[in-house]
Ligand binder design. Structure first.
Ligand code: MF3
Ligand code: CO
Ligand code: CO
Length: 276
């Protein structure tokens, strides 16, 4: 296994897969309300993907040592860091929820993205929960804006870590972003912490995710008995955002954008987010 560099056809394949993955979240956004269960969200997403002509990459996904993943998407509530399995428990006002969607197009390309939702709206959530969601979103973008040929993966990790820890939060170490293409998880690993000038050098045609998991308390995590669900060891809140990006000859293109994508933070220059 090694890094795959996408040619023009591959880039077109990735653009489509990633836009469709983002459109699943656009579709779900108005449906994510107090009283709805994450299993209902999962079922609605499954129907929508079928209408799109995509399939979920997560349902039945089974890396070695894991049981098959049972959801069409991941739903991680409050202290759940990632890989939360959709269940029958209704969402309640003040919860924070990450929905992580990965689709596969008929041509076999993967698009992977996630967003945070504040259940019942911002006003229903604690100040800490709001700050955590916002800082995590900004931390992801601090990593994204680093992306261009010649920089190294350690530069991305360092930017994310510096921003998250500078705001009093911690970075989960056990899970990372990843190369993506016609496989779900490809090389390289994209760590959300690190030292400038270290690790792999970025080159045009690379596509990978940036998906920091940021905790309000300590960074330590724990796996639950279902073999998938990851929670914070101290049960503090955890947030995550994820985009899939392409390294272009001059910088980056965020592939997982669609009509409903939240606007980037003010420090992101508008010209950098759209295809050249
Ligand atoms: N979508 C997740 C990621 O960002 C992976 C989920 S794997 C699952 O890499 F099996 F838990 F769904
Ligand atoms: Co991912
Ligand atoms: Co994902």
């Amino acid at each position: 296994m090694s890094i795959t560099y996408k040619d023009d056809a591959g880039i077109e394949g990735m653009r489509l897969a990633c836009r469709l993955a983002s459109e699943v979240l656009d579709y779900l956004t108005p449906l994510i309300q107090p009283g709805v269960t994450t299993l209902e969200i999962d079922r609605l997403a499954a129907v929508y993907m079928q209408e799109q002509g995509t399939v979920s990459a997560t349902i039945g996904y089974q890396p070695s040592g894991y049981p098959p993943y049972p959801g069409h998407l991941c739903t991680s509530v409050n202290q759940v860091v990632c890989h939360g399995i959709p269940n029958e428990k209704p969402l309640k006002k003040g919860d924070i929820l990450n929905v992580d969607v990965t689709v596969i197009t008929p041509d076999g390309w993967y698009g992977d993205n996630s967003r945070m939702y504040m259940i019942g709206g911002e006003a229903a959530c604690s100040v800490q929960a709001r700050r955590l969601c916002q800082v995590t979103y900004e931390a992801m973008w601090k990593g994204i804006v680093m992306v261009r040929p010649g920089i190294r993966l350690g530069d991305i990790g360092h930017a994310i870590q510096t921003y998250a820890e500078g705001n009093g939060f911690t970075v989960v170490r056990e899970f990372c972003g990843h190369g993506i293409g016609q496989k779900f998880h490809e090389e390289p690993q994209v760590l959300h912490y690190g030292r400038p000038g270290t690790l792999e050098e970025l080159k045009p045609g690379m596509t990978f995710t940036i998906e920091p998991m940021i905790n309000a308390g300590k960074r330590d995590i724990k796996e639950m008995g279902d073999g998938w669900t990851i929670v914070t060891k101290d049960r503090s809140l955890s947030a995550q955002w994820e985009h899939t990006v392409l390294v272009t000859p001059t910088g980056y293109e965020v592939l997982t954008l669609s009509a409903g994508s939240p606007t980037p933070p003010a420090f992101v220059t508008a010209s950098a987010t759209v295809p050249a």
